[in-house]
Design a protein around this ligand. Structure first.
Ligand code: SF4
Ligand code: SF4
Length: 200
């Protein structure tokens, strides 16, 4: 007897199980033959993080914002003599930039906060290791991932041009274009649609 007083039907569980098996057999299979066949991943998949070292100014924002504290940065200052300047300037030189992927949770905050586009997602995911310590990628290894970073998506044709593009376009148009550009309607502003007349 079941809890609600009904008599159990003998073999009902077996029939239900067979029904599920039959239903699954007739469905299209989704098995992926990895690693024989490479999976087709979306272009902006979060596989591993790549570092474009030339863009890094050692501002430390990424290391400070990382919720897992798995970015380790070290640097020193060096003087740069600028011809014509009263005194030498100082710049940061990156000595160490490591990411520990055994701690990283792939939140992407470091990439979002980097003001200089020095960090990028790449869909490359085949970097499993047998030794967990090898998941600490140094700046050279992070730099090597740059070759797997997909190109950025195309600009939205209806989007406003960036500040740099607008400045370049003004310069190319010559003097006087700046005033005209200020008074011109931006390309992305669509003309106002006529309002439907209200039924009154
Ligand atoms: S993806 Fe998130 S957890 Fe990983 S290094 Fe960046 S900020 Fe840290
Ligand atoms: S936020 Fe960007 S520029 Fe700043 S230290 Fe990190 S990678 Fe370098």
């Amino acid at each position: 007897m079941t809890d609600d007083g009904d008599r159990p039907v003998p073999g009902k569980g077996l029939i239900n199980g067979l029904a599920v098996t039959l239903k699954t057999l007739t469905k299209k299979t989704t098995t992926q033959q990895y690693p024989d066949v490479e999976p087709e991943l979306p272009p902006r998949s979060r596989g591993v993080i790549a570092l474009l070292e030339e863009n890094c100014t050692v501002c430390m924002l990424c290391a400070r914002e990382c919720p897992d504290w798995c970015i380790y940065i070290d640097s020193h200052k060096e003087e740069v003599v600028v011809p014509g300047a009263a005194r030498a300037r100082q710049r940061n030189v990156l000595d160490k930039f490591d990411i520990d992927f055994s701690l990283c949770m792939y939140c992407g905050i470091c990439i979002e906060v980097c003001p200089f586009d020095a960090l990028h997602w790449t869909p490359e995911f085949e970097y499993a290791e047998t030794d967990v310590l090898s998941l600490l990628h140094d700046k050279n290894r992070l730099g090597e991932w740059m070759r797997t970073v997909p190109p950025p998506p195309a600009h939205d044709v209806l989007g406003e041009p960036s500040k740099e593009e607008a400045t370049a376009a003004r310069k190319a148009a010559g003097p006087g274009a700046a005033t005209a550009a200020k008074t011109a309607r931006p390309a992305s502003v669509r003309p106002e649609q006529p309002r439907p007349e209200s039924a009154s």
